[in-house]
Every structure is written in structure tokens, then in C-alpha cells.
Design a protein around this ligand. Sequence first.
Ligand code: CTP
Ligand code: MG
Length: 192
Amino acid sequence: MDVLDVIVIMLAGLWLFLPAMLPNSAAVVFGGGKPMDFGKTIKGRRILGDGKTWRGFFGGGMAGVVLGSILMGIAYLFGKEAVWGYGGIWGGVGIIICLSFGSLLGDIMGSFIKRRLGIARGKKAPILDQFDFVIGAFLLTALFYPRWVYNTYIEIEGWHILALIFLLIVTLLLHRAMNIIGYRMKLKDVPW
Ligand code: CTP
Ligand code: MG
């Protein structure tokens, strides 16, 4: 195991996680229409708020699945044992769906918690805003594919834990950058 192997592990971990990273940005583009909570409230506060719509959920989710399928296709060109592939086709498709929709479910959980805390739609909630989707993606994927999550992002002896740490750092930086871009493109009202 030399430095190059570890770098490949870190980059592969990021590459494989892209289907979880795209949906939330894609939801901004696809979003609109009926809110997922249909405007309903709990104790006078919206269940999720107008920032969570069905179009954003399914549009974002499909964008993640399409991206994942492309990544899987590319990995297949290099042989299915490639470290930066998802393994077999069916397992791969399952992982991609879990990553993509898990990230959106995490985002929904984040909004649910924000509303319960009385934080208005679009207002900042540090840590929750940046990592709710990562947590959702990992939880859903680990539920169905625990081995894959362990082998790719945790296994300490093989330094795979560095893939997870690298992923979290990149997420933090990317979240900041994407929100600023969304704000400049007038897709978002606030730069966070
Ligand atoms: N979006 C959507 N449906 C989703 C997720 C996101 O339509 N399931 C769109 C909405 O237009 C939302 C934007 O993407 O405003 C940005 O998403 P996010 O930052 O998660 O929502 P916020 O508006 O900031 O609301 P919250 O405070 O609930 O996070
Ligand atoms: Mg937000």
C-alpha cells in the first residue's frame, strides 16, 4: 500500500459518491410546484416547508441515478473490478438509487429538524445544511449494502476511512461553492 493507492482510494470514494452529491443541486433546478408536506403544519410550523417539493425530489433523484449510471458505464469500460466501480450491474444500480434518494431523504430530515427547531425555510443551520444529505445517503445505502459502504468508506486497515474524511472535507467546500453559484444564478435567494 503506497501513497498512490491511498490517493486512488480517496478519489474513488468521491467519484462513487457523486450520485449522492448531485441530487440536491439538481433539485434546485427541477424544484417547484407542490410542496412535499402539502402545506401542512405541526404545532403551527410547516412539516417541511416550501423548500421541499415533489418535483425537486424526483427530478433530483433521477438526476443522481442518471449520473450514477454514466459513472457505472465508464467504470465498465475499464473492467468491473475497477476500484472506482460499483461492482455488478444490479448491485451497482441499487447502490446508486440508495445514494441518490438517500441524499434527498437526508435533506428532507434536515428540513424537518430545522422546522421543529423553528428555523425558517432557507435560513442557515450549520452542520445540518452541509451534512444532512451525506448522512441520509450513507444510512440508506448502508441499510441495503452494508458491505459496500464498509469496504469503500470505513475499512481502517486498507485506509478506506480516508475516503470518508476526504469526502466530508470536499462536501463542506463544495456546498459553500454551489450555494454561492446558485445565488449568483438567482436560483437561490441566499448565498448558503
Ligand atoms: N428543492 C426542492 N425539492 C427538494 C429539495 C430542494 O424543490 N426535495 C429546491 C427548492 O427550491 C429549495 C432549493 O432546492 O429552495 C434548495 O434546497 P435546500 O437548501 O435544501 O432548501 P431551502 O429552501 O434552503 O429550505 P430548508 O430550510 O428546508 O433547507
Ligand atoms: Mg438551504
